[in-house]
Write a protein that binds this ligand. Sequence first.
Ligand code: ATP
Ligand code: MG
Length: 140
Amino acid sequence: MFERILLAVDGSEHGYHAARVAADLARAMKSEELRIVVSYDRIPPYLGEPNLQNVINARVIAAQTVLDKALEAVGDVPAEIHTEWLEGDPAESIIDVATTRNSSVIVMGSRGLGALKGLVLGSTSQKVVSHAPCPVLIVR
Ligand code: ATP
Ligand code: MG
């Protein structure tokens, strides 16, 4: 059970907390794979050079920073770890990866970087829970 875990992080503390829980789950279930993803809006192609290249470079650095921090939170796990950054609507891209990679469970935070503190669930976790092709573990 839970052979392939998909962990979604957005750079928030909630996401790194979810990373620690995903790692515990991977260790407890002796999972084969832990895939860590962060998603960003599509870069508009009409930006033109050199702006386009600058935006891409900044994004690569931002994604790498978030993924590195997630790896640190995950620590040692027996699973094979993959990291990738995605483009598009976060919930849709998370669901797409879960589908194509045949994930057994998606692990994510209840809230993220959003500013509306009162909500119990952010819009990304709400959308993923509603449309995911597999079980979703919402960490709070
Ligand atoms: P909202 O985005 O609706 O303002 P929020 O930011 O507080 O609210 P969500 O975006 O739903 O809440 O974040 C909940 C969890 O979803 C995060 O802890 C993270 O696990 C995941 N998540 C959110 N955005 C992304 C993203 N861009 N890439 C990967 N995972 C994400
Ligand atoms: Mg958000």
